[in-house]
Structures are given as C-alpha cells and as structure tokens.
Write a protein that binds this ligand. Sequence first.
Ligand SMILES: Nc1nc2c(c(=O)[nH]1)N[C@H]1C(S)=C(S)[C@@H](COP(=O)(O)OP(=O)(O)OC[C@H]3O[C@@H](n4cnc5c(=O)[nH]c(N)nc54)[C@H](O)[C@@H]3O)O[C@H]1N2
Ligand SMILES: Nc1nc2c(c(=O)[nH]1)N[C@H]1C(S)=C(S)[C@@H](COP(=O)(O)OP(=O)(O)OC[C@H]3O[C@@H](n4cnc5c(=O)[nH]c(N)nc54)[C@H](O)[C@@H]3O)O[C@H]1N2
Ligand code: SF4
Ligand SMILES: [Mo]
Length: 720
Amino acid sequence: MQNSATPTHCPYCALQCGMNLTATPDGTVEVSERADFPVNRGALCGKGRTAPAVLSSRVRLTSPLVRSEGTLVPASWDEALDRIAEGLSRTRTEHGPDACGVFGGGGLTNEKAYTLGKFARVVLGTSQIDYNGRFCMSSAAAAGIKAFGLDRGLPFPLEDIPKTGCVILVGSNLAETMPPSLRFFNELRENGGTLIVIDPRRTKTAEQADLHLAPRPGTDLALALGLLHLVVAEGRVDEEYVRERTAGWDEARAAAMAHWPEYVERITGVSVPQLRETVRMFCEPESAMVLTARGPEQQSKGTDTVGAWINLCLATGRAGRPLSGYGCLTGQGNGQGGREHGQKADQLPGYRKLDDPAARRHVAEVWGVDPDSLPGPGRSAYELLDALGTDIKSLLLMASNPVVSAPRAAHIEERIKSLDFLAVCDVVLSETAALADVVLPVTQWAEETGTMTNLEGRVLLRKRAITPPEGIRSDLEVMHELAARLGVEKGFPTDPEEVFEELRRASAGGPADYSGITYRRLAEENGVFWPCPAADVDESEDACLDARADDDPAQDDDTAGAVHPGTPRLFLDRFATPDGRARFVPVSHRAIAEEPDDDYPVLLTTGRVVAQYQSGAQTRRVDELNTAAPGPFVELHPRLAERLGAAEGDPVAVVSRRGRAVAPARITTTIRPDTVFMPFHWPGEGRANTLTNPALDPTSRMPEFKACAVRVEAVEAVES
Ligand SMILES: Nc1nc2c(c(=O)[nH]1)N[C@H]1C(S)=C(S)[C@@H](COP(=O)(O)OP(=O)(O)OC[C@H]3O[C@@H](n4cnc5c(=O)[nH]c(N)nc54)[C@H](O)[C@@H]3O)O[C@H]1N2
Ligand SMILES: Nc1nc2c(c(=O)[nH]1)N[C@H]1C(S)=C(S)[C@@H](COP(=O)(O)OP(=O)(O)OC[C@H]3O[C@@H](n4cnc5c(=O)[nH]c(N)nc54)[C@H](O)[C@@H]3O)O[C@H]1N2
Ligand code: SF4
Ligand SMILES: [Mo]
C-alpha cells in the first residue's frame, strides 16, 4: 500500500474529474481535492466523492464464480478461465466464430477497449462485437462524421464555454449528470453570455437558464428546423462563411424552409415568440455554441436531429471558429476513447473503418495477422443482444449491465437466459452477472492504471493508487489468459503501458491518432488532446486540424523539439472532409416511432438522477447514494396525477406495448402534462427499460430511449 496521495481520476462519467486518492492504514481509501485538473478544479459530485465505497470487499466480487447445479459458487481462477475457454471453443466449433458474441462498455480504459476488439477479431475471429456506447452518443458521432468528417465529443476544451456569447444546451441535464461542469455555464452568464436549455422538463439545469424551451419529447428535429427557417427568414445567414467553408446549403435551406414556425409550434409545443427569442439570443453575439446530450440523441431519428442542430451552426457561421461550434457531451468515463479503438462493430483502432482495405492492412500489420483474416462489421448493440440464443450462442460481456440498461429489457433478459454460455467480467455481481455461467471479479479504477479520453477529447492517465486485493485480476489479465487458452500465446500483454504502446502504433495515421502520446507525457501534462501524431508520422493529412495548445508542450520528450502539442481545438482552418468544407445534411421532421394513441396516450421519457450512475450496479452499493436516491419513481404533472387520482408517493403503473413498470408517483409542475419521466437506474418492477422502445435510428442504430407511448394507471397500494 502506498501512503502518499496519488493524483488520479474518477471512475464514472465523461468529465473524468481529477481527484487525489490516499490509502489509509486501516485499509480504506480517502478522496481529497486535486485542484490542478482544469475540468473540475477540485470539485466532485457525490458519486465521485463516495466512489471508494465500491472498492470494499463488503460489496464487490472477491472470487471467480461458476454455475453449478443452477447456482453460482466460488471457484479457482483456473477452473473459471477453463470453463470460459471451453464454452467459447465449443460454440465456435459447433456453430462457427460468429456464434460467439462480445459486448463491451464505455467505462473501459482505452487499453481494455483496444484489447477487447483485438480479442474478438484475432482470438475468436468473430464479427459480433459491439458495446453500450451505441446506446449513448452514437447518433451525435454519426452526425459529426457526416458534417465535419470527424467525431470528437467537444471540438474545444470546456474552458472555452465561459468566453462564448450564447450556449444552447439541447437535452442535457448536466446539473445532475456532470455537476462540476455547471461552473463553466455560471461563468458564461457572469461574463454576460446567455444559456438556453431545451428539455421537456424544467430540470435543475433549466433553472439556471436565461431561456428554457420545453418541447414535446422527440421533436427536437422540428425545433432545430424551425430555428433555421427563422435564421433564413430574418436574414441572419452568414453567407460568406456558407460559401467558403460549407457544401450542400441549397438542399438544407430548402428543407428548412418547409418548416414554418407555426407548423413547428404545433409539433413541438414551443411558441413562435420563443423560437424567435432563441434565434435572437443565438445570432446576436459574435460567437455561440450548440451542445447536445442524450435528450435529442437517444431518438430513432437522433442522427438527423443532431444534423439539424449542426446545420443551424453552419448557416450562422458558428462552427470551426474560435469560441463557436457544435459539441456533444459524451457520457461514460471513456465514452469517447471507447468508440475509437475497436470495440464498436464497424471499427478498428484509431477510429478507422473496418471495411476500409487500407485500415485493415495497417491494423493487421500491427497485430501480425493476415488482413483477410479480420472479420467484417458486425451487428449493433441492440441487434446483437436481440440475436442472443438464436444466431449468437455464447457471449463474453465486459463492463455493461444490459438487464437493466437495454431497451425492451424484459425481452433482452429472456435472450440472455437463452444463451448456451454467458461469461461476465465485472467488479460487482450485477443483475446481468447474476445470470452468467462464469463470473470473473476484476480490478477497479483505483487499483489499475489506464488511459481514458474525456468528453473534450483529452486523453488522460488514470493512475493506480492502491494495490488490488488478493484473488482479483485485471480485464487485461483475463484476456491474456483466455487468449492463451484459445491458442493465441502472444499479443495480449497484461501491462497497460505495453498495450498503450501498441495502440499508439495501431492508431497512427488514423483520425483518432494517439501516436504522439506517451504515459510519460500524460503524467506530466494534464492530458493531451487527440489527434496527436508522433513527430515521425507524416502530418500532411492533419492540415485540417489546428494545433493550438493552451499550454506549452513538454519539450523534454524523446523526440525533443518536434513534439506535437495535441489538438485542443478542431476545424479552425478546415474541416476533416476531403475538401475541407463542412457538409450540410438535408433533413426533415418525422414522427417518433411510436406516437401516443387512445390506448397509450402519454409519452414516456427516461434519464438520470444525480445520485445514481447508469444501471446502478456500482452506485446502488453505496449507502450515502442510496439514501439520496433510494429507488425508481414516475415524475408526472399534477393534472395527469389528478386524472388518475394519484397522490404524491402513491404507486402508479406505467404500461407500454412492451411491459408494465410500477413506481411511486412524484408529482411536479416541472414536467409537461403530456409526458412522464422515469430514471432507469433500477432493476425489478420499477425498471424503466421494461417499457422503452427499441426502434433504431437507421444510421447510428441508437434505440429510442427518450420517447415511447404509455398509459399511466393508479395502483392499489397492496398490489405494489
Ligand atoms: N448522475 C449521473 N450522471 C451521469 C450518468 C448517470 O447515470 N448518472 N451517466 C453518464 C452518461 S453515460 C451519460 S450518457 C450522461 C447523460 O447525461 P444527460 O444527457 O444530461 O442525461 P439524461 O438524464 O439521460 O438526459 C438529459 C435530459 O434529456 C431530457 N429529455 C428527455 N427527452 C428529451 C427530448 O426528446 N428532447 C430533449 N431536448 N430533451 C429530452 C430529459 O428530461 C433529461 O433531463 O450522463 C453521465 N453522467
Ligand atoms: N431508459 C434508458 N436506458 C438507458 C439510457 C437512458 O437514458 N434511458 N442511457 C443509456 C446509456 S447513455 C448508457 S451509457 C447505458 C449504460 O448502461 P450500462 O452499460 O449497463 O452501464 P453501467 O451501469 O455503467 O454498467 C457497467 C458495468 O460494468 C462494471 N464495471 C465498471 N468498471 C469496469 C471495468 O473496468 N471492467 C469491468 N469488466 N467491469 C466494469 C460495473 O460494475 C457495471 O456492472 O445505458 C443506456 N440505457
Ligand atoms: S461529475 Fe462525473 S467525473 Fe466528476 S465526480 Fe461526478 S461522476 Fe465523477
Ligand atoms: Mo451514456
């Protein structure tokens, strides 16, 4: 055990707040303020502050478990690993490699995500790998690639926010989901800038806003088109910018002109004067930003919706200019890096495309395999989970809890139960791990070193601060052992830095180029923004990316004098498209996949509360957080409650075409009367995902978590 404080980062969300950890003599771990990390300057939310509680053996897994006569019982590592290797081999022999599935998570470090993608393609030879990030920001990623040729959460550091003129925050409740980031928005307003929040609920974030628009869930696309219509009608288009830096305006303009403000008001419920006020606040200052989060993205038209918001930025000259731009607030700790290095169905490391022959050749060479041996793109997350038990017979799952977090969860739970074989690596016995044939207990954030890429595209080093308990192994050790048992002795190192060195080479020359980043640099600098090519890599392809670092890069690296500073701000000179121009996408409003009707007259939307994280697998094991957020609830407007005859705290049933969930009523005027809201952090009868609609976005394959049709019923207390 080390007794001095180790500077490291939080295990949870995409802010990756800096913190100091100290091991105490009595075996616990203390969190203290780490003021030097610019994202949070020492501030932490309750989840980060209490994160060490999950390191305790009281709540975590302490031994491998194998299923014996129906129950999970402790077993040795050898027995557990042998069982997994046997299960996967048998499936491969009997049904072919694509009958083995792999499901990863955006909480995994870059090293683990990279190794998991390599494991699937090289060891198992399967195309069937995807991860929970598909449920997260995939629509924004798809839209960013279409418009800018590159997807990185924010194209600028958070510290630019206070200096811009106006921010439109679309479907983000960052006061609860990233509390320390609220500081940047408070500073924005102190500096005279304005904040507009778009959310069907008057959230804690909306309460901070100068203007709050509360559209009907699932109508953000129409809203953005209505704003663009007004921008054109009021003569606010930046014609010179559009001419010089974009392509495709005529089609996008024509599509927007079909969305008259009055028509948009009817669809969204946002009044024409509010639309006009939004346009005025956004267009008058010299610079402005649009930031989206899950509200507009988790829709079956999420890609088009984000595209429409990007169109608004492009038409007004607010992208690729200082203090202006479109950004996506990513979600999980490594939601960004997790989608760059190969655990996504269609991707190879460095954000390369799996169906690009040159990318396959490059990565195959780094891996020492024949490019033709690499499988092609596989299914997206929901489609993969939906194929369990039919096309996919065995699953290796690392860092996700789909029994709670997948849409149409009762169906997915059935699919998981119908597998021939399920292996889960986790730190706790999650609801999904509890269904496994083998469960492996793995080391956690504070017990292992690895890199994470936060929402700004800042690659940072999360350092090991304490020694893991006896009997626990890391995900990298697990993959090393499984590869060896499946006949691949080399290429799966257990040392994270060794993996990172290989990742650097694999990513070199790709869009997310990490080749100029080293552990040593990360330890010295407060993170490095990608792309960061190595000095000896041809930089001609990177002319589109403006490398204006705020801080002087460390000049004492091995390649002194030629160290790339990293790229805090993207697109300032050109976009990452072949001709350097951003692309408008012509998009038109369309309805959500399941509109309310007589049987299901109310809209359900879902999301988060400040004290629980995701499926709750970790945070539901922390007493302080459970006291703050003990269980699910249904947020509804007094008018709807009155119709049901439900009082505050009464159990109410929410019923959709997929199932029924029951939770106490929380009655509030902060929600639209036509909408109910449920957080998704809990399993059991209050599980929000029993209800949600897996209708997928055609491009990103994102499910429609944010809008489906339900009916709400009063429940006799005894029944609950
Ligand atoms: N406390 C906490 N923090 C977290 C997480 C957590 O689980 N708990 N998870 C992390 C992760 S992975 C993520 S992805 C982020 C998510 O961060 P956010 O996107 O901020 O979180 P959500 O609560 O899912 O959704 C945000 C808001 O969208 C609104 N909304 C619902 N439907 C619509 C709609 O149709 N249009 C619009 N405009 N808004 C809509 C909801 O009312 C909600 O207030 O948070 C990260 N941080
Ligand atoms: N209705 C509804 N559903 C949603 C959403 C919504 O807004 N509404 N949001 C979606 C979004 S944005 C997301 S990101 C998903 C998230 O949902 P999940 O994918 O279920 O995410 P977590 O609950 O974070 O699950 C992570 C699991 O990995 C474990 N774990 C943590 N670190 C490690 C590690 O290093 N190694 C291993 N092996 N395990 C680890 C944790 O203990 C936990 O069991 O939920 C989605 N589901
Ligand atoms: S805001 Fe996110 S990164 Fe920061 S302490 Fe909370 S959970 Fe951790
Ligand atoms: Mo997420």
